[in-house]
Unconditional design. Structure first.
Length: 65
């Protein structure tokens, strides 16, 4: 698999990552005072990014040059 043919799981993770990004930006623009929930959203977004990267890394074969 390459980046042109993402799996359904990868597409779902990327979609959720975009949604969280938009929600974080909206809350920051609105001046939301709930820093705890904002921090939780950011942490979830980072976990999604890590999981996306793990899926992408799993698709690249280990070739020793």
């Amino acid at each position: 698999m390459n980046d042109d043919q993402p799996t359904a799981r990868l597409q779902a993770l990327r979609a959720e990552h975009r949604i969280l990004d938009a929600e974080i930006a909206a809350r920051a623009a609105a001046g939301d005072d709930d820093m705890l929930s904002l921090a939780r959203l950011k942490k979830r977004k980072l976990r999604l990014k890590d999981e996306i990267q793990l899926l992408l890394d799993a698709c690249v074969p280990d070739i020793i040059a």
